[in-house]
Design a protein. Structure first.
Length: 114
């Protein structure tokens, strides 16, 4: 059995430790800014769900996923930031399917007595 050698020897470094630059505190892509917006709105929708207005919170959650799908479809992979996980159309399909399912379920589950 032969030992596999790495293609080159390089010390691992943290992305934050590269150079003498100040640590960046903002997203580097437009998609990163949209990702932060999506995460903030999802967090707000979870708070809305916990306060008792669960249908409204779930609709916001689903709507935010639909918004993320539109942004992912519109931005190229290099600008999509953390919205780009897989192939563009696979990401969009999963976001749309989950968003539509949440909105549908929030509207179709009957109210419980009491």
């Amino acid at each position: 059995m032969s030992d596999l050698e790495p293609p080159h020897e390089e010390e691992p470094t943290s992305a934050e430790a590269v150079g003498d630059e100040e640590v960046r505190r903002y997203p580097s892509t437009l998609g990163g800014a949209f990702y932060i917006l999506v995460v903030v709105v999802v967090a707000i929708s979870i708070v809305v769900v916990t306060t008792g207005a669960w249908r409204l919170g779930i609709r916001w959650f689903g709507g935010t996923l639909l918004f993320a799908a539109v942004v992912r479809a519109a931005l190229p992979a290099k600008d999509a930031g953390m919205l780009a996980v897989r192939n563009r159309w696979w990401d969009c399909f999963l976001l749309v399917a989950t968003g539509v399912a949440l909105i549908f379920l929030a509207g179709s589950i009957p109210d419980q007595p009491g």
